[in-house]
Design a protein around this ligand. Structure first.
Ligand code: CP
Length: 320
């Protein structure tokens, strides 16, 4: 595996899930694989789960780990070409990337969408420069349009908790006070489309996800109708993806609090498990009683980030 961005990069999902279970049963089974190998994790944005779970996964595999917070201690990086660098950015990404590549064997990149220029974000401009110029295998730790380590962990969690062979999984938009990227719902949709589940997306009009990720997934604009009989409720906010409303890319279109997942929403489901990638804003996305309730699986879902990442790094090490 040379890069991990989309669901296709992982190949057959049943095989990937089997590898995940193998690693979950013995996290240190492949400890020799990473000996004298170094993972470089590069963060342009904040993180709790990705930072900790990725470092843990690499350590389980015997790797050394370097973490670089670009905006806290490193030179500020220019990402555009053709600019006169007379501002606060002292180094260009095109020099920084090969230098970083010379110090490591695998690179993980976190670089969120700016939400002002759809074309720039959806071209995955920063991530693709790492792939092109680092000379190393690269995996996404949430980039402008995707968060595959999260989606893989979500799939593992659904596989562990499902009680029927083909569960109904509902991705529900929920309100938020800030404009958030579409990376998590994009990847979740892409992975659920590839998995053997009955997948439904619900959101207010204008929040249609890019077809590259949403594929042929069923969209139901009536949230309560979408949630009927659900086995899993995956709540998430995202800003306007700019598909049906190009001029509104990255904007908040709705603050409708009736979309907040509360007990009345969960009541119409098939005793659904509640999921969210975290961090989550209580009172906006979900009520306290739902996220603290017996059907909330947000903690094991987050714990599975270590497992999804272990599978990905292991495959990259084995491909060297
Ligand atoms: N879910 C997730 O990626 O969490 P962090 O932003 O804390 O890494």
């Amino acid at each position: 595996m040379k890069s991990f961005i989309n669901v296709d990069d992982i190949g057959r999902l049943d095989k990937a899930l089997a590898e995940a279970m193998e690693i979950k049963n013995d996290r240190f089974k492949y400890q020799c694989l990473g000996k004298n190998k170094t993972l470089l994790m590069i963060f342009f944005n904040n993180s709790l789960r990705t930072r900790l779970s990725t470092q843990k996964a690499a350590m389980n595999l015997g790797m050394n780990v370097i973490v670089l917070d670009v905006n806290a201690g490193a030179w500020k990086l220019e990402t555009e070409r053709g600019v006169i660098m007379d501002g606060d950015k002292s180094e260009h990404l095109l020099e920084a990337i090969p230098v970083m590549g010379s110090y490591c064997d695998i690179i993980g990149v976190r670089s969120f969408a700016g939400l002002t220029d759809r074309e720039y974000d959806y071209a995955e401009t920063v991530l693709n420069q790492f792939i092109k110029y680092s000379g190393r295998p690269v995996f996404a730790m949430e980039t402008a349009t995707v968060h595959p380590l999260q989606a893989f962990a979500d799939l593992i969690t659904i596989d562990e908790y499902k009680t029927v062979a083909r569960p109904k999984v509902v991705l529900s938009w929920a309100p938020h006070c800030r404009a958030l990227p579409q990376a998590v719902p994009n990847s979740f949709a892409q992975w659920m489309n590839a998995a053997d589940v009955d997948f439904v997306i619900t959101h207010p009009e204008g929040y249609e996800l890019d077809p590259v990720f949403a594929g042929g997934a069923r969209v139901e604009y009536d949230q309560m109708k979408a949630l009927e009989g659900a086995d899993f409720v995956y709540a998430k906010n995202w800003s306007c993806p700019g598909v049906t409303r190009p001029d509104d890319y990255g904007k908040i279109l709705s603050r409708d609090m009736s979309w907040t997942i509360d007990r009345s929403h969960m009541a119409v489901t098939n005793n659904a498990k509640f999921m969210h990638c975290l961090p989550v804003r209580r009172g906006l996305i979900v009520t306290d009683d739902v996220i603290e309730g017996p059907d909330s699986i947000v903690i094991p879902e987050a714990a599975n980030r270590e497992i999804s990442c272990s599978v990905v790094i292991r495959r990259m090490l084995e491909a060297m």
